[in-house]
Design a protein. Structure first.
Length: 273
């Protein structure tokens, strides 16, 4: 499928641009290092934009391709274990992008880091250990976050995408198209950084792809931060194993989840004005 190949190409551009950015970023001084990259390094703002837009494109492409597979009812062509690993690509992509957001080190990233710690702590049995593994201990620098962003989640995303596509590398045509789109978007729409400390009374917003979850956490218990995504993944994953009304019900649940998520996102954005 064309969309799947393009998504793989976007992942390749995200990886390559991330490797180019790595020497400029400091775990001990994340915000200062990014400000220096943007302000003092030739085309630094553009390179950071390429990384951001290609990564966002990979997430959107993953969601769209998953919806395309379900709409065409081609998920049965995959063995069950391969299908579930393909579904797992969605949370892996989100966690990888979230790590990149936390690595900004500005006020919004610091607030998101605190929320991420609270959410992970509600996971039964291993929650606190999981939080320490992914985020490091409170008061430490962002080296663990960077390790999982650039290493664990990127490697898993590559392996699962390659398995789903049946090839270890994206084709040249898709990669060139992904590069051109990312280059153009980075030149037209600079990706800003937030302030080191939030002005009094301002609502701090997390990454755009988690605004719906942030809106839900305004009214629901903290555990909803992982229970709601788990419900969506189960609905999508189980759709492969059933037919008829049961499949339609699961897909309707996933669609309702998406509509509710969009509504919560809009609500949060309006509240932030």
């Amino acid at each position: 499928m064309i969309l799947g190949r393009l998504t793989f190409g976007l992942l390749a551009i995200a990886v390559l641009s991330g490797l180019a950015l790595a020497p400029f970023w400091s775990a001990a001084r994340p915000l200062e290092s990014l400000e220096a990259l943007i302000g003092a390094t030739p085309l630094g703002f553009w390179l950071r934009g390429v990384h951001a837009f290609s990564a966002w494109g990979f997430l959107l492409g993953t969601v769209a391709h998953l919806a395309e597979v379900l709409a065409k009812r081609t998920e049965r062509r995959l063995r069950p274990i391969v299908w579930w690993r393909s579904v797992a690509l969605l949370p892996i992509a989100v966690l990888g992008l979230l790590g990149g957001f936390l690595m900004r080190g500005d006020a919004e990233a610091q607030a998101a880091l605190a929320v991420f710690r609270e959410v992970s702590a509600t996971v039964p049995i291993a929650g606190r250990a999981l939080g320490a593994l992914l985020l490091g201990v409170p008061g430490s620098d962002l080296a663990p976050v960077a390790l999982h962003h650039a290493g664990t989640f990127t490697l898993l995303a590559w392996l699962l995408t390659a398995e789903h596509g049946g090839t270890p590398f994206p084709d040249l045509r898709a990669t060139v198209l992904a590069a051109l789109g990312s280059f153009a978007a980075a030149g037209l729409f600079p990706v800003p950084l937030g302030p080191p400390v939030a002005p009094d009374g301002d609502l701090l917003l997390g990454p755009w792809y988690l605004l719906g979850l942030q809106g839900a956490l305004l009214d629901l218990p903290v555990a909803a931060g992982w229970l709601l995504p788990l419900a969506l993944l189960l609905a999508v994953g189980l759709a492969r194993h059933v037919d008829g009304r049961a499949r339609a019900a699961l897909l309707a649940l996933a669609a309702a989840w998406g509509a509710g998520y969009l509504a919560l996102t809009l609500r949060l954005l309006l509240a932030g004005r």
